[in-house]
Design a protein around this ligand. Structure first.
Ligand SMILES: NC(=O)c1ccc[n+]([C@@H]2O[C@H](COP(=O)([O-])OP(=O)(O)OC[C@H]3O[C@@H](n4cnc5c(N)ncnc54)[C@H](O)[C@@H]3O)[C@@H](O)[C@H]2O)c1
Length: 340
């Protein structure tokens, strides 16, 4: 393998714009050489911008060759067939979250990755989002003292960029595997786990306030960690008007970290020195994660470096999502470890 990863972008939709921007930041280490999407206009637009070759199916792209790895960014119900096709062709795979729509399907993908002996990574930008990484550093440095609790607030208004088609797949619970809990919530749950440790049990309610979305568009949950500490997780997607609200707050015995909402959310630190808060980094936000997550994958392929967080971490978030569903159904505490 050369020192530049030849990458095929499979699915040239909304998130592919962010992955492409990330790949562009890694010029020299990553080259986008192939594009796959059945939508001709989109695949051609990506091909023009990258110089890569356009294909309308992964099978055509594999037959033509010219890439070592695929970055799969398609609706959730297509994760399994496309990932298995890529593994069968011996390609390294970076797959958008969640791994798939059911635990059985996630397990089939993980087994196929193992059998293929290639690098398999699941893109979780919550692992690399600069403000979330900085918050972990501040906690580890003891800046806010012992963490008492945290709040992750995945609340955002309807944003058409994530619902592009006339009948968006995100409104169809068969295609997503549920609703917002199994979809975007992992980006809020990963940092909670990085800050507070493993989730031992959850109790939750879910709701359906966004009429067009078949799956749940609301969730209120309490997470209990192995340490015995608890945190609040809330998710809401609604086609109304919402005011600003922090996406995360972490409360320590000696201070608090707040990360504002939106893609450029600011990190503010409140401590004895600055009880009214101060900024400790330049805002980077959501966009700042994508080059880092692709670089982590590229380093694993090119240099054999271990992934910062393997696919089993995304599987853990999938099990937390299933535990939330089970708790909402039964009304009790559910342990993600018991999800089978
Ligand atoms: N990390 C994040 O913050 C984040 C944000 C949004 C979406 N996502 C994830 O990215 C994935 C895609 O979501 P999106 O919002 O970009 O969806 P999207 O609908 O905007 O894009 C999906 C694209 O896949 C294409 N496609 C469909 N079938 C295909 C096939 N067989 N081969 C190749 N391409 C095919 C579609 O034509 C479309 O262009 C999902 O897994 C989603 O959960 C992650």
């Amino acid at each position: 393998m050369s020192d530049c990863l030849r990458l095929a972008l499979v699915g040239c939709g909304s998130i592919a714009e962010y992955h492409l921007a990330g790949a562009n930041e890694l010029a020299g280490k990553v080259a986008v050489t192939a594009l796959v999407d059945p939508e001709l206009e989109r695949v051609q637009s990506f091909a023009e911008r990258t110089g890569g070759r356009p294909y309308q199916s992964l099978a055509e792209a594999i037959a033509a060759g010219g890439f070592d790895a695929v970055d799969i960014m398609v609706p959730h119900h297509l994760h399994e067939p496309l990932a298995l096709e890529a593994f069968a062709a011996g390609k390294h795979v970076l797959l958008e979250k969640p791994i798939s729509t059911s635990l059985a399907s996630c397990n089939r993908i993980l087994a196929a990755a193992g059998a293929a002996g290639v690098v398999f990574s699941v893109a979780e930008n919550g692992e690399f989002w600069p403000e979330l990484v900085r918050a972990k550093e501040l906690i580890d440095e003891g800046v806010i003292g012992e963490v008492v609790t945290a709040r992750a607030n995945f609340v955002y208004g309807y944003d058409p960029q994530w619902f592009r088609a006339e009948n968006p797949w995100r409104f169809d619970s068969q295609k997503t595997g549920g609703g917002i809990v199994v979809d975007g919530s992992s980006h809020w749950i990963r940092p909670l786990r990085n800050w507070m440790g493993e989730v031992e049990a959850v109790t939750a309610v879910i709701g359906y306030p966004f009429a067009r979305m078949q799956g749940e568009s609301q969730c209120q949950a309490i997470f209990r960690f192995e340490s015995g500490k608890t945190a609040v997780f809330e998710a809401l997607n609604i086609d109304g008007v919402l005011g600003p609200q922090d996406w995360w707050r972490i409360i320590g015995r000696e201070g608090e970290i707040a990360i504002g909402d939106g893609f450029e959310g600011q990190l503010r630190l409140f401590d004895a020195q600055s009880p009214n808060g101060r900024s400790v980094m330049e805002a980077s936000g959501y966009n700042g994660a994508f080059a880092r997550e692709i670089e982590d994958f590229a380093d694993a392929v090119l240099e054999g470096k271990p992934l910062q967080a393997g696919p089993e971490q995304t599987l853990a978030e999938f099990k937390i999502a299933q535990a939330i569903y089970e708790s909402a159904r039964t009304g009790g505490w559910v342990r993600p470890a018991d999800i089978a």
